[in-house]
Design a protein around this ligand. Structure first.
Ligand code: SAM
Length: 216
C-alpha cells in the first residue's frame, strides 16, 4: 500500500506534473518520523492539515492504532479526497482516521476538539494562519510538526524563526528530508528560562543559583 503510493508520487514528480495534480506526499522517512511521534502516546488525537491522497495519514493512523487515538485529516481538493478515502480504506485504517472535507481555514476553527499532535502540510503561504488556528486547539505538551521548512526556506524560514522566538513554545528545525519544524507548546512559558540559551550558553536558572555549577 505505502509502496504503491510512493511509486505514484515518484512517477508524478518524474513526469513533471503540476503540483495541484500530484500527491506531494512526504518522504517515507518523514512518515516513519510521524509514526514515531504518535505511536508512543496513549489516546493520541492528531490533526493533519493537508491530507492529499492519504500517504502521511496512513503513517499517522498506523501510529495511533498502537495505543489508541484518532487522526482527523483536513483536505479540500475533491480529487484528493476520493483517493484519500480509497487508500485509507485499503490500508484498513478507517477506524483510526477521519476526513474533514473543506478549507482548513474554515474547518479548523469549527472543530470542537483538542489535539496532541498537529501535522501541518498545506500551502506554505498559509502556515502562519493555519498555525494560529491550530494553536487554539492545543494544550500544553502538544506538538506541531510543519513540513517543508528547509525545502521552502525562503517562505518558511520566517515560520521557523517566529516559533523559535516565541517564549511559550520550544521549537527546533529537524533537518530530515524537506525539513520539519517541530514545536512543543510549553506547560509553563517560563520553562524556557530553564533551557540552555541558543549557541550553548548556560541555562538562565543555573547561572542564577550561585552554586558555582558543576559539569556532568
Ligand atoms: C503537500 S500536500 C499534502 C501531502 C500529504 N500530507 C502526504 O504526505 O500525503 C498538500 C495538500 O494540502 C491541501 N490543502 C492546501 N491548502 C489547504 C486548505 N486551506 N485546506 C485544506 N486542504 C488544503 C492540498 O489540496 C494538498 O492536497
Amino acid at each position: 500500500m505505502l509502496a504503491r503510493l510512493e511509486e505514484e508520487d515518484a512517477a508524478e514528480r518524474a513526469a513533471g506534473l503540476p503540483a495541484a495534480e500530484r500527491s506531494r506526499a512526504v518522504e517515507p522517512t518523514t512518515g516513519r518520523f510521524l509514526f514515531s511521534l504518535v505511536a508512543p502516546q496513549t489516546d493520541c488525537e492528531v490533526l493533519e492539515i493537508g491530507g492529499s491522497r492519504g500517504y502521511s495519514t496512513i503513517w499517522l493512523a498506523a501510529g495511533v492504532r498502537n495505543l489508541g487515538g484518532r487522526v482527523l485529516s483536513v483536505e479540500h481538493d475533491p480529487s484528493k479526497i476520493d483517493a484519500w478515502r480509497r487508500n485509507v480504506h485499503e490500508a484498513g485504517l478507517e477506524d483510526w482516521a477521519d476526513l474533514v472535507d473543506g478549507d482548513a481555514k474554515e474547518a479548523v476553527p469549527a472543530i470542537d476538539d483538542v489535539f496532541d499532535v498537529v501535522f501541518l502540510d498545506a500551502e506554505k503561504d498559509d502556515y502562519e494562519e493555519l498555525f494560529r488556528l491550530a494553536r487554539a486547539k492545543l494544550e500544553p505538551g502538544a506538538l506541531v510538526v510543519a513540513d517543508n521548512v528547509l525545502s521552502h526556506v525562503e517562505t518558511l524560514g520566517a515560520y521557523s524563526a517566529v516559533r523559535q522566538a516565541d517564549a511559550s513554545l520550544v521549537s527546533v528545525t529537524v533537518p530530515l528530508d524537506r525539513g520539519l519544524e517541530v514545536t512543543v507548546v510549553l506547560v509553563d512559558p517560563s520553562a524556557t528560562m530553564r533551557l540552555p540559551r541558543k549557541g550553548g550558553g548556560p541555562a538562565v536558572e543555573d547561572s542564577s543559583t550561585g552554586s558555582g555549577g558543576t559539569s556532568g
